[in-house]
Ligand binder design. Structure first.
Ligand code: NAP
Length: 274
């Protein structure tokens, strides 16, 4: 990074979902005169595959040790604006971001895709969390597709009568052992044909999904609809009251405004390109 770039306003993007990549790519296309740090939790073994790293972005991996640690990073690194583009189910980080913004006084925007809504032909059983999802499957043995990631599989150990198809990006924690399960490691996006094939091959009777929203993982919902299968849909966790958008263009304007305000405050001339 050259010297001029180092003096640009520093924007922190909390990533871990496709929304962060979309935002950073959009900033690059607009040649926004900002310096970006992309913050990743470090859970996925090969996160590079999720981002187009053809732009000047510093990647920082690992937690901050809570909201206080994040606030300390913001102060030390002179971050002027923060975008929380983590996954809608990353509840802890959403709380930490809100608290760190409060502690430091910097503007915070949550960028997340809208939740999916059921359409004609969908048979959703709406539940609030994984424990409710386990109960919703019922007592009788069924063939269940768990498309919920690898971090929240433990509650299903209480219902070992079912046959599970478990699809995750990285292998699940070995401590989670479902006795009657097939594990598949795969990273989306998945096509409708992929999903139809998978559901038919494993004779799936019911899906459990998180309401992540977005296109990359929606095909399984369409496939369930096409086959008339019920979906136990886990709703999003409670989130702090923060300005929110699903629109990358709105997030770009938020960044531009935050940077202009900061430069006006510091008395520095804004670079062209905002
Ligand atoms: P979480 O429960 O909200 O966060 C747990 C802790 O992980 C946070 O307190 C923080 O540690 C650290 N962390 C989370 N996101 C971070 C980020 N972007 N940069 C630095 N540290 C971060 O999150 P999670 O549900 O475990 O998800 C972890 C990551 O995977 C997130 O980045 C999320 O976007 C991504 N992801 C999650 C899901 C899901 O379904 N939960 C699905 C796809 C992707 P400290 O408190 O030490 O700072």
């Amino acid at each position: 990074m050259h010297d001029a770039a180092h003096h640009r306003p520093h924007v922190l993007v909390l990533g871990g979902a496709g929304d962060a990549r979309a935002l950073i790519n959009a900033m690059a296309i607009q040649a926004m005169p900002v310096r970006v740090t992309l913050s990743l939790a470090g859970r996925t073994r090969d996160p590079g595959a999720q981002y187009d790293m053809d732009i000047d972005v510093a990647v920082r991996t690992g937690g901050y040790g809570g909201a206080g640690g994040l606030a300390a990073f913001i102060r030390k690194q002179a971050v002027v604006a923060m975008i929380n583009a983590t996954h809608p189910f990353a509840a802890q980080m959403a709380n930490n971001a809100a608290e760190a913004a409060r502690l430091t006084g910097i503007p915070l925007l949550r960028l997340q895709r809208s939740a999916w809504l059921p359409v004609t032909g969908d048979h959703w059983i709406d539940v609030a969390d994984m424990r409710e999802a386990v109960a919703a499957i019922g007592a009788a043995p069924r063939r269940v597709f768990l498309a919920i990631g690898r971090q929240q599989l433990a509650p299903f150990m209480a219902a070992q009568q079912h046959h599970y198809l478990v699809r995750t990006i990285d292998p699940p924690d070995p401590a989670i052992s479902l006795s009657n399960a097939i594990y598949v490691a795969a990273r989306g996006p998945f096509s409708l044909n992929d999903e139809l094939g998978q559901l038919r091959e494993h004779q799936i009777e019911l899906l459990v999904a998180k309401n992540s929203g977005g296109a990359a993982t929606y095909a399984k919902i369409e496939a369930a609809r096409a086959l008339g299968l019920p979906v136990v849909m886990v709703g999003r966790p409670a989130a702090p009251a923060v300005t929110e958008t699903a629109d990358v263009a709105v997030a770009l304007r938020f960044v531009a405004t935050a940077c202009r305000l900061k430069q006006a405050h510091d008395g520095a001339p804004a670079e062209r390109g905002e």
